[in-house]
Design a protein around this ligand. Structure first.
Ligand code: PMV
Length: 313
């Protein structure tokens, strides 16, 4: 018997970093997924197979001893084994089409899909339960997570975090994702922003207020079908991200290049590398590869509406 769960990756449209400090954020799940398959074994081990390698450890091994990319799986496997006395071992296989380490929610989607798959071996769980446990799993890699990423990967669609209510966007968001191909480390970027906050308390608090106002304006723009304002707000948000120093020359260069054919563009996720998103003007998408150059990867983002999907065979 296999328990299979898949969850989508995500983009942060507005509010990354500030969301860690209590502001709202707007996120959307995207049509790239990770699938986790779990099978019970008799081996008294937890085995994890992924494109990052294979790990096999005795059951009850501490997750802290594992490399960070394996920790959530060991944490989740032990949590499940501890609450089911007749489980001897577990094999977990991860298949993903979400690029790793570039701000598209690969680790959150893994945590959500792994929770659904591992815990789904015995019963179907509610989305609320899966979300709660997946955030615990993500904290084994990144203790300060806002929880926004796991939330959108669980529920799908576009959400105004911390609400899980889906935003029904009335206009067609022609969003393009471009990968700088520079890996980033969310924990390091968040720590850097914490330092910025410590050294610039008053300005950081102003920026949080500005971000809150900006998100309210974006919600109004969406209600009014106003793509121009939506794009302008992306570029305004990018200025706040530059001020807290999570951009760099490569990202800045990509954003400036795309501005001539976009209504707005910005970093998505932690920054310091990873991806940018651009609201490309109609008919301009095919110009992007030539503008950015061959060394950057770009693709259109479609919004996933399903969130976590689970099955048992
Ligand atoms: O780059 P990512 O996908 O790890 O996104 C991080 C988003 C932050 O706001 C910087 C952190 C968080 O937990 O919300």
């Amino acid at each position: 018997m296999k328990s299979i769960a898949s969850a989508p990756g995500k983009i942060i449209l507005f509010g990354e970093h500030f969301v860690v400090h209590g502001t709202k954020a707007i996120l959307a799940a995207i049509d790239k997924r990770v699938t986790v398959t779990s099978t019970l074994t008799e081996d008294k081990t937890i085995k994890v197979n992924s494109e990052l390698g294979t790990l096999e450890v005795p059951i009850s091994s501490s997750y802290e001893a594992a490399k960070s990319e394996f920790r959530p799986f060991i944490y989740l496997a032990n949590k499940m084994i501890n609450s089911n006395q007749n489980v001897n071992g577990l094999e977990i296989t991860i298949d993903s089409d979400i690029p790793v380490g570039v701000g598209l929610g690969s680790s959150s989607a893994c945590c959500v899909a792994a929770t659904g798959s591992i815990f789904g071996l015995f019963k179907e769980w509610s989305s609320e339960e899966i979300l709660k446990i997946s955030i615990e799993a993500e904290k084994t890699i990144f203790p300060d997570t806002s929880g926004a990423d796991c939330t959108v990967c669980t529920y799908g669609g576009m959400i105004e975090y911390p609400s899980i209510e889906k935003i029904g966007n009335t206009f067609d968001l022609n969003l393009l994702i471009a990968n700088s191909m520079i890996l980033h480390n969310t924990k390091n970027s968040v720590e850097k922003v914490n330092k910025f906050k410590e050294n610039n308390e008053e300005r950081f608090s102003q920026l949080c207020d500005l971000e809150t106002k900006l998100i309210d304006e974006v919600i109004t723009a969406m209600k009014n079908n106003d793509t121009t304002t939506f794009g302008l707000k992306m570029s305004e948000n990018q200025k706040y991200l530059e001020e807290i120093q999570v951009s760099n020359d490569t990202l800045h260069g990509m954003i400036s290049t795309l501005n001539e054919i976009s209504l707005g563009s910005k970093i998505t996720g932690a920054g310091d590398g990873g991806c940018i998103i651009a609201l490309v003007k109609d008919g301009n998408v095919n110009k992007v590869p030539a503008l950015l150059g061959k060394d950057k990867e770009c693709f259109s983002a479609k919004i996933d509406t399903k969130g976590i999907v689970w099955s048992k065979i």
